[in-house]
Ligand binder design. Structure first.
Ligand code: SF4
Length: 310
């Protein structure tokens, strides 16, 4: 199994959701590989020869290694001018590297001139044309090598921010085209907020095999035939619904919560699993020290704000 964090999100820390999945997989002794395609992809674009030779871009390229080093120690954070210069130069390099793809790219920003991450038709178009994505040269090479070595049967992607959506679907389209037999699982906060909308219907049939709302530990373990640790007897009771045996996709909505193989996500004891950060490239993050994000709670008793994945 490979777990992927797609670009673009702030490259300062490992993703909390995948760290929790790693903890759950470790607990049950299941092997996996993590690909932080966000920080790797941004670094690949930053280090590529600049496509523009204007003075600013040329200077930013010359100072790249110094800027990255200053952001990984306390130097830049103690000098406001130095910090601003480093961020502006990195942003300039990213902006110029993606301009030919009609994308405004930044350290935590991805805006396409035409395609919107809020339109499912645009996401599907992104999946149909992965070559148009500015990260394509990076993920084509990286995924080809990784999948040749790992031969995974399942690939999971964690999609949390709108700035990741178009790139996530470009990667999904590439994987689906090159390795059609691999099961693709898509989860994360953004997917959760989509799926919890009233009357939501899956527009990604044929692209994604499984969509997961809420914490993914239980559904992922169920998918590979492992019984997750459960909270209480809730899941032992007669399930409120069933996985569609034909489509093998989410079938039931019970009290606003999607069911997976007959279990409410609230029945899984997600707090049982400790996050594991060992598989992440901790030295690559743009931070002066390790940042280990974690979620201290899940769900909300109110649970009525339509924009919120809780
Ligand atoms: S009250 Fe806060 S946490 Fe709860 S659903 Fe609304 S925004 Fe989300």
């Amino acid at each position: 199994m490979i777990l992927i964090y797609p670009p673009v999100a702030k490259p300062c820390e490992p993703p909390a959701g995948i760290a929790k999945l790693c903890g759950a997989l470790d607990y049950h002794g299941i092997g996996y590989r993590v690909l932080d395609a966000n920080v790797e992809g941004l670094l690949s674009l930053l280090k590529a020869p600049p496509l523009s030779l204007d003075t600013w871009t040329h200077r930013a390229s010359r100072h790249l290694s110094g800027h990255l080093a200053s952001l990984k120690c306390w130097d830049a954070y103690q000098d406001n001018g130095r910090y601003r210069r480093a961020i502006k130069d990195l942003s300039r390099l990213l902006e110029m590297s993606a301009r030919s793809s009609r994308v405004r790219l930044g350290l935590a920003n991805y805006q396409h001139e035409e395609f919107s991450p809020t339109r499912s038709t645009d996401l599907v178009k992104g999946a149909e044309n992965p070559e148009d994505n500015p990260f394509y040269p990076y993920f084509k090479k990286r995924l080809t090598e990784l999948l040749a070595n790992e031969q995974p049967s399942i690939i999971g992607l964690s999609l949390n921010y709108l700035s990741q959506a178009l790139c996530a679907f470009a990667m999904i389209g590439f994987i689906r085209r090159e390795w059609p037999g691999v099961k693709l699982v898509l989860g994360g906060g953004l997917v959760t907020s989509w799926m919890r909308r009233p009357h939501w219907q899956n527009p990604f049939n044929g692209l994604v095999d499984y969509l997961v709302a809420g914490p993914g530990e239980g559904p992922l373990l169920s998918l590979i035939g492992v019984n997750p640790v459960r909270n209480s007897s809730r899941c032992d009771s007669k399930p409120s619904g069933a996985l569609n045996p034909v489509t093998k996709r989410w079938a039931i909505i019970s009290n606003g919560v999607k069911a997976f193989k007959g279990c409410s996500e609230r029945g899984f004891r997600n707090d049982y699993y400790r996050p594991n950060y060992e598989s992440f490239p901790m030295r690559d993050y743009f931070a002066p020290g390790p940042i280990l994000p974690y979620s201290s709670s899940s769900g909300c008793y109110w649970n009525r704000c339509s924009f919120c994945p809780e």
